[in-house]
Design a protein around this ligand. Structure first.
Ligand code: HEM
Length: 409
């Protein structure tokens, strides 16, 4: 997703202007490497001692308990995304991602109905089945016992094709998907540059202009989710394009991670895998449980609008506040034995992988449809297993295995 949040706003590149100069609340504050590798023991320690802690390496207050995370996410008047330090709006223009209050509602409302579960199933059920069928068919064609990396073979092309379809472009056409990914890379690169004080790149501006021109052509003709949203009437054409760019970012990196993490969890816990293979109705819970264990977007960022106390910390107005969704999702106050992957966990869906409150992920049911469909199709392959050198998920903001080599048969 975009460098707001769940963001590629690498902590090192966040402008330090306005960051309070505070001593670390915790004696052994985690480093960026700690949080990018296996953050869970560090998050557990912080949660137990100081659930809201100033973490110098992040230059932000880090929230690790589920209750404090929910407090932040559901109170946009106190914890805002509408702050010039977030660079997204400078590249894509104002969108639901960078606004709060009434303006946020005006930008987001047109997208809510077309992304509801029933509409998603009606609009995308068949095309998701078709893309998954084609990609898993190619995996079968590779043949048994040969290594296949599921990132380029399945997760990448599936998420890009579905986003293309949702914008009214032809997701079955590799050229169209290639163009979409080109815009995606240029705009993400530009937003990341702006976050570290550079001007908007020419490539970023050009990509936004191309995306806008292409979408406008398709909007008038098309029957797409985006056309439905723009027909709602509340947004100008430029605003529709800005929000479409946000949908594009929202749907690619995170969905790739969600799928790879789900497969990685299942193949790493053989007894849980056996239960799901025996009862495919468990796939949907297994996917929620994977989102709990390793949310593909591990953190989201806000700024405090006033001086306040939270979880024992004094937060000054203007301070950055980073909500660790990964930390909240393993809070033992909500989830018993939180480090265990359990495909029968009764409250798995109470995770915060899609955030909560007014900015809760608008595309979550589409992402669920894609990932559940793909996992079902993969588990139909006999003896699917990880290659011995398959890496675990890593990443500070976005978490997924860098590659996911598997074999079947
Ligand atoms: C089809 C796929 C997806 C689409 C189209 C999509 C789209 C979006 C959009 C447009 C927003 C902004 C909502 C707002 O600010 O009001 C958003 C927020 C969010 N999305 Fe998604 N998303 C998708 C998949 C995912 C996945 C797979 C994850 C993680 C596993 C995810 C995590 C989030 C989170 C955490 C937020 C909240 C950001 C915040 O509160 O700062 N999304 N998504």
């Amino acid at each position: 997703m975009l460098p707001r949040s769940p963001a590629t706003q690498a902590v090192g590149s966040r402008s330090s202007a306005g960051a309070p100069s505070l001593a670390s609340v915790s004696g052994s504050a985690p480093s960026i490497d700690d949080l990018s590798g296996d953050p869970h023991p560090h998050l557990a320690r912080l949660r137990a001692t100081s659930p809201v802690a100033w973490v110098p390496a992040l230059r932000s207050f880090l929230v690790t308990s589920r209750s404090a995370a929910i407090e932040v996410l559901r109170d946009p008047a106190t914890f805002t995304v509408d702050d010039p330090r977030f660079s997204t709006a400078q590249v894509v223009g104002p969108s639901m991602l960078s606004l709060d209050g009434r303006e946020h509602a005006r930008h987001r409302t047109p997208f809510v109905a077309p992304f509801r579960p029933r509409q998603v199933t009606e609009r995308f059920g068949r095309s998701v089945d078709a893309v998954v069928g084609r990609l898993v068919g190619d995996i079968v064609d590779v043949g048994p016992d040969l290594e296949i990396d599921l990132l380029p073979a399945l997760a990448g092309p599936l998420s890009a094709a579905v986003v293309a379809d949702s914008l009214g472009l032809d997701g079955a056409d590799p050229l169209v998907v290639g163009r979409l990914l080109g815009w995606y890379r240029e705009i993400v690169g530009s937003v990341t540059g702006v976050a570290s004080g550079e001007p908007v790149t020419a490539g970023g501006a050009e990509a936004m202009a191309d995306l806008g021109a292409t979408l406008r052509d398709h909007l008038d003709a098309g029957d797409s989710l985006l056309a439905d949203a723009s027909g709602h009437g509340g947004l100008s054409a430029d605003e529709v394009v800005s929000n479409a760019a946000v949908v594009m970012f929202g749907g690619i990196e995170t969905t790739e991670g969600m799928l790879l993490n789900a497969v990685w969890h299942l193949l790493s816990w053989p007894e849980q895998l056996a239960e799901v293979v025996a009862d495919p109705a468990l796939v949907a819970v297994a996917v929620e449980e994977s989102l709990r264990m390793e949310p593909a977007a591990a953190v989201v960022d806000r700024y405090a609008t006033r001086d306040l106390e939270l979880g024992g910390a004094s937060i000054p107005a203007g301070a950055p506040v980073t909500v660790s969704l990964a930390g909240a999702n393993r809070d033992p106050a909500e989830f018993a034995d939180p480090d265990r992957f359990d495909v029968r966990r009764p409250n798995a869906r109470r995770h915060l992988a899609f955030a909560s409150g007014p900015h809760v992920c608008v595309g979550m049911d589409l992402a669920r449809l894609e990932v559940v469909t793909a996992v079902r199709a993969l588990l139909a392959l006999p003896d699917l297993r990880l290659s011995t050198d398959a890496p675990a998920p890593t990443g500070l903001v976005f978490r997924k295995p860098a590659r996911l080599p598997v074999r079947w048969g």
